[in-house]
Write a protein that binds this ligand. Structure first.
Ligand code: OAD
Length: 247
């Protein structure tokens, strides 16, 4: 149980524009490993050996196999209550958008439609040369595009730019939001980590949901400690109860 102040409830009841940033923590309860902290992917594997252009050009087969392994896990898991509540919130608010650092596609699988995938999607591949999207790659030989370029996952690697149109839409949403959520992210990787700060600097009421304190915990308006799949349903139920009591 979390303590939800009247101020938080009023903000969420009155808000017209709500925007959200999610990170690996929101998918943890679906069974997908996070990156940092105990059992995090980057505590066992080195990002520069698997998630960079240098790594891909050095050993494309190894990088593609690692992404294929993760894709197989991701395709088998299901959205959890946190993903599902965010899809419900999208239907409720006149202006709602979700920016995610996750590449797992679980927000869309849960029913969210306005999803800005800042780090791309592991469910897609594209040509490393011409950028064409390519489906159904086979790994028995190195997959290549018609143009001859190597095929790679459509994700953002270390050292690469985020897709500028998606980043722009995420920033606009943060700047305009009445309420902004930062959920399940360590807020350690920029520029995504700056979105809640941008929201706060532009007048949004910022709510963080995370198991632990993060670099932005002291800066946000409210920071709830616990699992997103438990806190978000509890918070959203309280909002719905308040709305029902008003009507
Ligand atoms: P991290 O692994 O850095 O952080 C996950 C956060 O989720 C931590 O702050 C945890 O405390 C929190 N957490 C874990 N389980 C949770 C739960 N059930 N409910 C709520 N919070 C929970 O993941 P990100 O912040 O997403 O980038 O990492 C950002 C980027 O770093 C990733 O997109 C990836 C990575 O390197 C690229 O690959 C480009």
């Amino acid at each position: 149980m979390i303590e939800i102040s009247d101020n938080v409830l009023d903000r969420l009841v009155d808000a017209k524009k709500v925007a959200v940033l999610t990170g690996a923590g929101i998918s943890a309860e679906s069974g997908i490993a996070t990156f940092r902290g105990k059992d995090g992917i980057w505590t066992k594997l080195k990002p520069d050996e698997l998630a960079s252009m240098e790594a891909f050009l050095r050993n494309p087969a190894r990088v593609l196999e690692w992404y294929e392994h993760r894709r197989t896990i991701i395709e088998q898991v299901q959205p959890n209550p946190a993903h599902i509540i965010l899809a419900e919130m999208e239907k409720f608010y006149p202006d709602f958008s979700l920016s995610t650092q996750n590449i797992d596609g679980l927000h869309k699988k849960a029913g969210s439609t306005i999803v800005y995938e800042l780090h791309g999607s592991i469910l897609r591949n594209r040509c490393n040369e011409c950028g064409r999207l390519i489906e159904n790659i086979k790994l028995d030989e190195l997959p290549r595009c018609d143009c001859g370029g190597l095929v790679r996952p459509d994700v953002v690697w270390f050292g690469e730019m985020l897709p500028i149109d998606i980043l722009d839409m995420s920033y606009a949403a943060a700047q305009e939001a009445d309420v902004y959520f930062s959920i399940g992210t360590s807020a350690a990787v920029y520029p995504a980590a700056y979105l809640p700060i941008e929201a706060k600097n532009n007048g949004a009421f910022v709510i963080e949901i995370n198991l632990d304190t993060t670099t932005i915990s002291n800066y946000v308006d409210v920071s709830y400690r616990g699992k997103a799949g438990e806190i978000l349903p509890e918070l959203w139920n309280a909002v719905k109860n308040k709305i029902n009591a008003i009507n």
